[in-house]
Design a binder for this molecule. Structure first.
Ligand code: Z5A
Length: 228
């Protein structure tokens, strides 16, 4: 847990799992419970970090090794944490972040085989104690996620989207292993069902979140429950 009084909620999953859609719904749900959360994403989230996102995702001529890709993810994360996430948490604000370090563990660690010790060392240095309080892992079979992503995709696939199904299977497996190891923080959501059914699972998790400054109890009853 972060030492700060704010709350960091992250969304994770393979591509097409519905993270961006659900992240917007999480913010709207929190808003209805009188919590104004900032919605952000990784890689990116600030003007400078979005420039690093462009570098790491574009399919250019030059080779990018798995370690270099990892370093770029953490470079973007460092900028994001220092300029947006940490200051907001220190002000007691809530952040909803579409992907965070679990994505590096799953994609660069699980997908590309980067040494987890390197990832954890970078995480410790870059995050300096900032950790998600709650992570929603949207899980679904890889072919379903790829199908959803492709049906929505406007332009050409970026460097990571262009990966093979086997790559995304490794990523999914790594995510599920993380959830198995940290069940208190990482909540596995069945994202293969219609959006309303996904939303109900997510709300069940959100309702149990503790408020900063309030001990124990969750946020209130379903949808119409007690507000902050
Ligand atoms: N990456 C990394 O490798 N390492 C890192 O450390 C970090 C990231 C932080 C960019 O991420 C890439 O960066 C990503 C991982 C890598 N590459 N990949 N793959 P991103 O989050 O910006 O991009 P993405 O994962 O490709 O997101 P996405 O394709 O936009 O997926 P999504 O946000 O999970 O899905 P969505 O846009 O909300 O939904 C996709 C479509 O499905 C859309 O038409 C929805 O209306 C529809 N949808 C959503 N939910 C449902 C349900 N339940 N039923 C039916 N249809 C649905």
């Amino acid at each position: 847990m972060s030492p700060s009084p704010g709350m960091l909620i992250t969304l994770e999953g393979i591509e097409g799992a519905g993270k961006s859609t659900v992240a917007r719904r999480v913010c709207a749900w929190l808003g209805r419970h009188a919590i104004q959360a900032t919605l952000t994403r990784e890689p990116g989230g600030t003007a400078l970090a979005e420039r690093v996102r462009q570098i790491v995702l574009e399919r250019g001529q030059e080779r990018l090794s798995a370690v270099t890709e990892t370093l770029l993810m953490f470079a973007a994360r460092g900028i994001h944490v220092e300029n947006l996430i940490r200051p907001a948490l220190e002000r007691g604000e809530w952040i909803v972040c579409d992907r965070f370090t679990d994505a590096t563990r799953a994609y660069q660690g699980g997908g590309r085989g980067v040494d987890p010790r390197l990832i954890e060392s970078l995480a410790a240095h870059v995050q300096g104690g900032v950790q998600p309080h709650c992570t929603l892992l949207l899980d679904l079979p890889v072919p379903m996620g790829l199908e959803r992503a492709r049906s929505r995709q406007a332009g050409a696939a970026d460097r990571i989207e262009a990966e093979t199904q086997a790559f995304f299977e490794r990523v999914r497996g790594a995510y599920l292993e993380l959830a198995r190891r940290e069940p208190q923080r990482i909540h596995v959501i069945d994202a293969s069902v219609p959006l309303e059914a996904v939303a109900r699972q997510v709300e069940a998790v959100l309702e149990r979140l503790p408020f900063p400054g309030r001990s124990g109890s969750g946020i209130g009853g379903p949808m119409g429950g007690e507000t902050a």
